[in-house]
Write a protein that binds this ligand. Structure first.
Ligand SMILES: Cc1ncc(COP(=O)(O)O)c(C=O)c1O
Length: 401
């Protein structure tokens, strides 16, 4: 056996990094720890009984198709159902614009595979979704981070970056944004910024990748149109997923893009897995066609809305002065900023000693900064755990200030 494989690895493989979150999650599974570190949906929202019924119906009526290989693009009933689902935002979307993927994580990998050569530039938010950063890193992209404030990515800063690159005759391969209740910060991009983002994307000829798993989980504030819905020049690739509004275990999501853009992505997916599980796709299509999704989303929104309230109240009650946090209008996460002299990385072992866990903010920064920040998840812990966990976290921070 060859003991050290490193000289056999491709440059891409050598560049791949383990997700810090996955590593942290191992620690946070110790007994007694209240974990705000994961990003899991609350399992009590999974529609188990309904799915039992749907699974046997699919097997009975469509067993021979459901258990067979399917097309790479995805099963027609599901592509149709997704296109219709997206039609409430933009009527022009057809099944031809949809590629079914094994989670949006595969969508990100496909996008990176199709667009990125080593050294290519991608623009991301600061902070940004760690799984996106991981996918882009695997293809050796050079990421440029653009800071965020409470209205999303700063367009003045983006404009400067694009201008500077244009002067050097460089063009980023795409701009990656998570505009709704962002993972990790919980921030939503304002309408004005969305319009400006499109304007800049048109001006500099750069595609936008809009990754929005939490879009339907709004529990406060006013809805803002999706970027793809505002796009009249077909320059947006939109990623949607059933993970947070239905069940992540089905591993079903989609890429929505102009049909001609999808071609290459379909070929890229072919060599990954040939197709997504046909059975799961037909189950999901039946679930949507029964009209269950809006009810399911309503229930999830009510639950996460309550949990978010409990977390915000607990933060207000327990956190020492100088600690700040976002107030997300939806989604699963909020973002805590500690005073500049404190490092969430250094405090992490102390939090684990106090039996509470979070994800360090620097893990979401392509530039390695953000040491004084952390991400807290409120969808998975119970309301009691949220209250108790925030109390423990606040006491630990207070002791170290
Ligand atoms: C912004 C973002 N994109 C993509 C994903 C991946 O989701 P999926 O379960 O569809 O692979 C996540 C999951 O947390 C996410 O937060």
């Amino acid at each position: 056996m060859i003991k050290d494989l490193s000289s056999f690895y491709s440059k891409n493989a050598l560049n791949m990094k383990r997700s810090e979150i996955r590593e942290l999650l191992k620690i946070t599974r110790q007994p007694g720890i209240i974990s705000f570190a994961g990003g899991l949906p609350a399992p009590d929202t999974f529609p188990v009984a309904e799915l039992q019924d749907i699974c046997s119906k699919v097997l009975q009526e469509k067993g021979s198709t459901a258990l067979q290989y399917g097309t790479t693009e995805g099963e027609a009933p599901l592509r149709e159902a997704i296109a219709q689902w997206m039609n409430h935002e933009k009527a022009a979307i057809k099944a031809d614009n949809i590629l079914v993927t094994a989670g949006s994580q595969q969508g990100l990998d496909i996008v990176a595979k199709v667009f990125v050569d080593p050294g290519d530039i991608i623009i991301v938010e600061l902070p940004s979704y760690i799984g996106g950063l991981q996918a882009f890193t695997a293809y050796r992209a050079k990421m440029i981070g653009v800071p965020q404030d409470n209205d999303g990515m700063r367009m003045d800063k983006l404009e400067k970056v694009l201008e500077k690159l244009a002067r050097k005759k460089k063009r980023p391969k795409f701009i990656y944004v998570v505009p709704d209740f962002q993972n990790p910060s919980g921030v939503t991009m304002s309408l004005e910024r969305r319009k400006k983002l499109l304007e800049l994307a048109y001006q500099y000829g750069v595609p936008i990748v809009e990754d929005s798993p939490y879009r339907d989980l709004r529990f406060a504030g006013e809805p803002v149109p999706a970027i793809y819905a505002l796009d009249d020049q077909e320059q947006v690739i939109a990623l949607g997923t059933f993970s947070k509004i239905f069940c992540p275990g089905l591993r079903l999501a989609w890429i929505m893009a102009p049909a001609t853009w999808l071609d290459k992505m379909i070929v890229a997916k072919q060599s990954m897995d040939l197709c997504c599980p046909t059975f799961n796709q037909l189950v999901a299509a039946e679930y949507i066609n029964r009209g269950q999704l809006p009810k399911q989303i309503e229930q999830i929104r009510a639950l996460y809305g309550r949990k978010r309230e409990v977390m915000l109240k607990a933060l207000k009650k327990h956190m020492p002065k100088g600690v700040k946090w976002t107030k997300p209008e939806g989604g699963l996460f909020l973002w805590v900023k500690l005073p500049k002299n404190l490092s969430a990385n250094e405090l992490f072992p102390k939090a684990v000693e106090e039996k509470v866990a979070y994800v360090i903010g620097s893990a979401f920064h392509c530039d390695g900064k953000g040491q004084n920040s952390m991400r807290l998840n409120f969808s998975f812990p119970t309301e009691e755990q949220i209250e108790e966990g925030v109390k423990r976290l606040a006491a630990m921070i207070g002791k170290n200030m």
